[in-house]
Design a protein around this ligand. Structure first.
Ligand SMILES: NC(=O)c1ccc[n+]([C@@H]2O[C@H](COP(=O)([O-])OP(=O)(O)OC[C@H]3O[C@@H](n4cnc5c(N)ncnc54)[C@H](O)[C@@H]3O)[C@@H](O)[C@H]2O)c1
Length: 447
């Protein structure tokens, strides 16, 4: 069966992830309709996917209203965060299965309302929590599930956002302000909270969080810095955030994310013009951003597991690292290198089958001689290097699972690892973390 998808939002995710996957898998999925108010985005996606002229819409509401006529099997909601809930509610009403980008909702009451509506209609909603589908995390999860390393005691996740990525998305871009999107702990790290919740296997008992917007503020602007980089900034040479260096020079060969956000003219002249007038050319110290640039969250669970999530804008690389300490072993991983190291304390412990990893080294660690296995998990390029495209394999695996589930005929079908119901706690954890940060106190679960 070729699944007929309607794509709501022809931006970075709608085009570069979902429509691209469909184009690469014509025997599995087809984009049958698209909605976006920006003609250049809508038409680019529609032309690439062969969408009929009458099924190209300027607004998501018109597309959903026509879902039956178009004969859609599902919709993909890749809209700005603030309109996820109304679009999902409309799709529930229309009876169409949904792949909903994270965050599912930006406020607790909206999240619970959406969940209630989904339950009432028996709706199938998958959330774009791609990390659960990454071979890197699935490998670590398999080791934990095997019991070889005992019971989880601590879990430390670091979300290293990368200085230029943070400036792009959280200072100048779409996720820079609470009014335009949501707190950073939700917008960026609901993925990490979802993974923590997934590994814990239960809801938390308490959450404590702190963090602030410490750097991207007017008082840190270099002396004489104007409103925009191109207005003769005296710090152009030395500032790590000088916009033309990103968008015109370093990313000269890129026309997808993040450059596509500049507009439809991606010639050097078009990029420069966009930096002169659009948000991506603003001085990072003079934007209207208010989301935090670092945050530390501690999540405790009834089992005794204590998880920490450390998020920072000020990292050279955009990647995640993790360390799990358990009663009979330890696992450390780095998503960028793909390296996972499992240290088993018991002389008789053995690792399970790990189909998505390649063992690179085994050795014993003195003085006790316990066994350490080093492996690489995740897709690799033709040169054998870690392949980080598509969220290190997570995007493709998620869409594949979604399309497979849609093609299944049994009632209800597979609800998927990132079903809305399974994703609720990650969002609740983010809301609780933000409350803790603002109110300066530990938030007890359910209180
Ligand atoms: N799962 C992930 O890892 C991941 C990664 C990045 C972004 N996201 C999420 O995906 C969503 C989309 O992000 P993006 O980076 O593609 O953003 P984007 O801004 O590039 O795309 C959003 C698109 O929606 C369109 N749009 C706005 N109003 C509309 C309307 N009324 N009807 C139809 N279209 C409308 C915009 O014109 C834009 O083209 C966001 O919610 C974001 O948080 C998820």
């Amino acid at each position: 069966m070729v699944v007929r998808l309607g794509i709501l939002g022809a931006g970075a995710r709608g085009s570069d992830t979902y429509a691209r996957w469909a184009a690469e898998h014509p025997d599995r999925a087809q984009v049958a309709a698209v909605a976006d108010p920006l003609p250049h985005r809508r038409e680019r996606l529609a032309e690439a996917g062969g969408v009929a002229k009458e099924h190209r819409y300027p607004d998501w509401r018109d597309l959903i209203a026509d879902a039956d006529v178009i004969g859609l099997d599902a919709v993909v909601i890749a809209l700005p965060d603030l309109i996820h809930v109304p679009a999902a509610l409309a799709a529930i009403d229309a009876g169409v299965p949904i792949l909903l980008e994270k965050p599912a909702a930006t406020a607790p009451e909206d999240l619970e309302g959406l969940a209630a509506a989904a339950r009432a209609h028996g709706a199938r909603i998958w959330i774009g929590h791609v990390m659960r589908y990454q071979p890197f995390w699935r490998t670590i999860r398999r080791i934990v599930d095997s019991g070889a390393i005992g019971r989880l005691v601590t879990m430390r996740v670091e979300e290293n956002i990368g200085f230029w990525h943070f400036a792009h998305s959280y200072v100048r871009g779409n996720w820079r302000s609470l009014a335009a999107s949501s707190p950073m702990v939700l917008a960026k790290t609901c993925h990490d909270l979802d993974v923590i919740r997934w590994f814990a296997g239960e809801a938390p008992s308490s959450i404590a969080s702190n963090g602030s917007l410490t750097h991207f503020r007017p008082e840190h602007a270099p002396e004489g810095a104007p409103e925009r980089c191109l207005d003769g900034c005296p710090a152009a040479e030395s500032c790590p955030f000088y916009a033309p260096r990103y968008y015109v020079d370093a990313l000269a060969d890129v026309d997808g994310w993040p450059v596509a956000l500049l507009g439809d003219d991606l010639t050097p002249q078009g990029r420069t013009a966009a930096l002169r007038r659009g948000p991506y050319g603003r001085c990072v110290y003079r934007s209207d951003n208010d989301v935090v640039d670092h945050q530390q969250t501690v999540v405790d669970f009834p089992s005794g597991l204590s998880a920490t999530l450390s998020t920072s804008a000020f990292t050279g690389q955009n990647t995640r690292t993790v360390r799990l300490t358990c009663t009979r072993g330890e696992i450390a991983g780095n998503l960028r290198t793909g390296v996972v190291e499992a240290d088993l304390f018991s002389p008789t412990a053995a690792l399970p089958e790990l189909p998505e990893a390649r063992v690179t080294r085994r050795f014993t660690r003195p003085p006790m001689g316990h066994s350490v296995t080093e492996m690489r998990a995740g897709p690799v390029t033709a040169e054998g290097e870690p392949d980080h495209r598509g969220h290190s394999g997570g995007d493709a695996a998620l869409i594949d699972a979604f399309v497979t589930a849609l093609a299944e005929t049994r009632p209800g079908g597979d609800r998927g690892a990132t079903d809305l119901e399974a994703s609720l706690d990650s969002h609740r954890m983010a809301f609780a973390a933000e409350r803790s940060r603002i109110e300066g106190r530990t938030v007890h679960w359910g209180a």
